[in-house]
Ligand binder design. Sequence first.
Ligand SMILES: [Zn+2]
Length: 258
Amino acid sequence: MNHAVVVEAARAVPGTWVQAAAYASLASAESAARRVPLAERIPAYEPAGSFEAYAASTGSGPFLWVRSTEGGPYPALPARMSVRIPAMTGAAPGEVGVLTVSVRPFCQVCGGPRGWDVVGPVEMHVRNVLVTVDRWSNPCGHDDVYADVLEESRRTPAAVDPAISRGRGHRPGDPARAGVFRPAVELVLQAAAEHRAMHAKQAAALLRINGHVEAAGLVEVKIRAERGHLSAKAAAHFLTVEGAARRSTSTTRQESNA
Ligand SMILES: [Zn+2]
């Protein structure tokens, strides 16, 4: 691989990610990604700090991508991107309408950044039902296919990190106080943190396909009570209050949807 040529190309477009090299293993690509910003044992990237790098695994192997930091700082790539996709090919029986899934922000063909910053809503018909899903175009020109995005999200699930939601939003949900709904609240908060405008309807669908049937039903009742005006974060707060209330009483609480 000729890093001098890559450096020249990247310097010509500061802030833009450029494919640098293919690697035989993800470990070696990740090693290079750590060394590029330090210009450690790859002198083409000197002086240290003038380049950023990441490694991405794709269907055709791992790739190293780099960008010049000149004129920056430039927006950091997110760890994941959360998108709404139609439940079609690859969806399990019972999964209908819209699924909210999370994937890494890298093209699965070339490893380039996906269009994580240009995700926008689009309406489409799924089994004769009009639904709103997300669409984005990737700067590299390779288009993502919904069925492949669904498969990828299941093959590379995000690690649940409740801390991701801390300090964000008004009256946030709190998994630690949510009692029996703790896993449900964690799931909703994580998805909501990755998808800022997430509605409670998506939260209910996400809960249902992940087996949190009771929590999904409660959120759906709450959505109707609020006449549709309920965000996913508000749903997480609602479930926290419901879970905390159940924990503090010894008698069986009357279901709000009974
Ligand atoms: Zn691509």
